[in-house]
Design a protein. Sequence first.
Lengths: 154, 154
Amino acid sequence: MAKRVSHKDSMCGVARPLDAIGDWWSLLIIRDAFDGLRRFGEFQKSLGLAKNILSARLRNLVAHGIMDTVPASDGSPYQEYVLTQKGQGLFPLLVALRQWGEDFFFEPNEPHVTLVDRATKLPVRRLELRAHDGRMLMAEDTVIIVPPPVGERE
Amino acid sequence: MAKRVSHKDSMCGVARPLDAIGDWWSLLIIRDAFDGLRRFGEFQKSLGLAKNILSARLRNLVAHGIMDTVPASDGSPYQEYVLTQKGQGLFPLLVALRQWGEDFFFEPNEPHVTLVDRATKLPVRRLELRAHDGRMLMAEDTVIIVPPPVGERE
DNA sequence: AAACTTGGTTTCAAATTAAAACCACGTTAG
DNA sequence: CTAACGTGGTTTTAATTTGAAACCAAGTTT
């Protein structure tokens, strides 16, 4: 899980994150964490994956600073897994994934769970990419630029 | 790659998409496609992955309707791989991944590539989740709701 | 003290991934 | 015409990962 440093030595801004969460289960674990699950057993029951795999994934997430272990909140002698700030930073990604799923993986009238504003119970807005000045941007309206070589930055 | 139907029979709005793009390489291929790459060889050179794996991934992406093959645009007798509408729908997710990467995978002053508005060359805005009425929402301000059972929807 | 629960680790078979060799087709060079 | 070459793969084979199931340890309940 660690040695995917591609031929280009330093990994780019997309590849680096993927190294931390780029497998099937990790994002599902994180989603469950956002839904309030904290205990090993809860994750396992919710996801139905083998315990050794869950164990490895949680260890990996903790190693990457995405989750953290804390002593159990109730009296029990076990630990719980909670999202760090870094982990919570994945919320928009999860929303993007969900919205894409809604758009393309469900029949027009197929029912599916919805993410709603807790206060109003209304569905959240669609994520949209905007320019600095607020214009909406499509993929074609953007470019990737590489940073100027060191020494040339003011 | 197909048989991950978890214990719960029908997969949720997060798991379904992950079945299509939930591996390390697929998203990198898609990002390269957004960057304008189209040919087998271009992807392989850019990503440095084994040809059989690239072949399998492209086949999978095409099978999921995320990419499509078209006859080569120049005269060459080969085909090219282009993003479908569904594939282009992944742009926000890619932006989310990139922004998260920038936030947590680079040192404060470490240079990294940036996504900018093609027109102004200014960095794009941060993706933000907003309520129906435009309020910004944090993860804790949202809930997942399940659709009402069939027959109870007006 | 026997059984049970929780949270794992170990073992081992099966599936996936990766590297490398091979191959087919069309183009270019001699 | 034929040999070498570039592109876009497939096949073969070995290494790595995954997953199911068994096992285990510590603490709790009966």
